[in-house]
Design a protein. Structure first.
Ligand code: IFG
Length: 509
């Protein structure tokens, strides 16, 4: 064999990302992957890289051990075939604050001849890149992935999911399970609705009866519960390891029967209310004329803020039908400054627009467009949670066994078919911090229920929040990618709703 030919063969073998030969035409180029949320820029390059089970890290800056271990563990859950030799795949991590990237979550993900390189401004960007690469590893089919470069960044900085743990209590493990699923789709805020008429779910040292009494009830009764402050911090830490920020909500002055059933003095007539096990709303109110009410609210805001690293505290403020408007305004104007006093930015349902809003206030739009527009005119930002598009407790259709339909049916196509910046006249892109999909708890009791209502619609919200839609990303295009995620849902054990509008692929496809 000629020396030249021998050299050529050696070179060919040495270069991982060699020119795709006919036998490798089945190798996916990176632009063919069904990535959700859609990445913002993608460029194929020639050649392909074989993916090995053995992972070789080259972490170019101070290494985040927890993140490295998580990536390694998840890599090895996906890539199991050791192959014949002990070759490995190089994963290079470059964190460089001088990179010209738009945000902490931005990243470059390059598949090249020596391996894979992730570049970002921070660990958060590395983590978002890893979710993209994880999807590629699950979806690659062949041993190899085509070479190329992904340049990606979020359209909105807040892509949230809310879980109502007050109507029905969910265990720490059930909450962690949902958080872990959210992380795969680049959701980065987790809003916990911690109190309502039917239950108070977080221990407050200075007001122990809130959980001793208020923690024992829930819709339809049964074994309810609450989180100790340590358990709440465990959830916060678990979310933080997945670069998800927890937003605690204590809903006031309405939706407070559990507190009013725990302490007589919080009621204007000094009589404890009965615990409530129903599904009605709008019948309860704190006593806005009593000083103890504001001491109570301040103690709650202080204790929860002290164990919440995230920037937001949510004060609820919705459906205060039992509070005269002038009382409501007086109340929230005394409460909103307490949020700032303990170092947080206030979020409230859109009714808080009636109050004096600090410049960093966030109005969560759910049903009343005038409230959202008025909030904008007062200088607040808007978090878009339109009930008729984004409420996960809305049924898919009339056959859905759980959920409500007061805001209409929301099937997977409707959940995808809106954009935040075009929905409300007077609420433009620059007024919007992002979107959030609330899952109210009246009709759900376990993880299967959460997953049935959240998946697949949540992937649409994740994409609406992360990706520029452009003209090409129609429902028909999106649903082709979504269908492939049916395989991932099965692999990840997600109990999703097989919306008949989607031609679901399964693990056997
Ligand atoms: N509206 C109430 C929720 C819940 C919901 C159920 C808001 C802001 C109806 N408030 O949505 O407490 O009961 O779909």
């Amino acid at each position: 064999m000629s020396r030249f030919f021998l050299t050529a063969i050696c070179l060919w073998l040495l270069i991982g990302c060699h020119h795709v030969s006919h036998s490798e035409n089945s190798v996916k180029s990176i632009s063919e992957f069904a990535l959700i949320p859609k990445v913002n820029q993608i460029e194929d390059a020639s050649g392909s890289l074989q993916i090995r089970a053995k992972l070789d890290f080259n972490w170019k800056t101070n290494q985040n051990e927890d993140l490295k271990n998580r990536i390694t563990q998840q890599w090895q859950q996906i890539i199991t075939d050791q192959g014949t030799d002990d070759a490995s795949t190089l994963l290079e991590i470059i964190i460089d604050t001088t990179l010209d990237l738009k945000s902490e979550e931005s990243y470059h993900l390059e598949i090249h001849e020596h391996g894979i390189t992730i570049s970002a401004l921070s660990d958060e960007g590395v983590y978002r890149a890893w979710q993209t690469l994880r999807q590629m590893l699950y979806l690659k089919g062949e041993h190899s992935i085509g070479c190329g470069l992904i340049i990606d960044f979020p359209k909105y900085s807040y892509r949230g999911a809310m879980l109502d743990v007050a109507r029905h209590f969910f265990s720490v493990d059930e909450v962690k399970r949902y958080i872990n699923q959210l992380a795969f789709y680049k959701i980065n805020y987790f809003h916990m609705h911690l109190s309502d008429d039917q239950g108070w779910r977080i221990h407050i040292d200075r007001w122990p009866l809130l959980t001793e009494i208020g923690g024992t009830s829930q819709v339809d009764g049964g074994e309810a519960g609450f989180y100790t402050q340590d358990e709440y911090q465990d959830i916060v830490q678990y979310a933080a390891e997945r670069f998800i920020t927890v937003v605690p909500e204590i809903d006031v002055p309405g939706h407070t029967n559990a507190a009013l059933a725990s302490y007589a003095e919080l009621n204007c007539d000094n009589k404890k209310r009965d615990r409530y096990y129903g599904r009605e709303v709008g019948f309860s109110t704190l006593c806005v004329d009593k000083e103890i009410t504001y001491q109570f609210v301040e103690d709650v805001i202080r204790e929860i803020s002290q164990i919440t690293p995230g920037p937001y505290f949510h004060i609820g403020g919705d459906e205060t039908h039992a509070t005269p408007e002038e009382d409501y305004i007086q109340f929230i104007n005394r409460v909103i400054p307490l949020v700032g006093k303990y170092g947080k930015k206030v979020i409230g349902w859109d009714e808080i627009n009636l109050g004096e809003l600090p410049p960093d206030a966030v109005v969560q739009y759910w049903a009343n467009t005038e409230n959202a527009v008025n909030g904008v005119q007062k200088g607040a930002k808007v978090l878009m949670s339109p009930a008729s598009y984004a409420y996960l407790d809305m049924k898919y259709d009339s056959l859905t066994p759980i959920g409500y339909h007061w805001a209409g049916y929301i099937d997977t196509q409707r959940a995808y078919s809106w954009t935040p910046e075009t929905l409300v006249e007077g609420v433009e892109k620059e007024n919007i911090i992002g979107i959030e999909a609330p899952l109210w708890g009246e009709t759900i009791t376990n993880s299967d229920d959460i997953e049935y209502l959240a998946f697949p619609r949540l992937l649409g919200y994740a994409e609406i929040g992360w990706s520029e839609r452009g003209d090409s990303r129609t429902w028909d295009e999106y649903k082709k990618d979504l269908a492939i995620h049916g395989k991932l849902f099965e692999k990840l054990g997600i109990h999703f709703y097989r919306d008949p509008k989607v031609n679901w692929l399964t693990a056997s496809d």
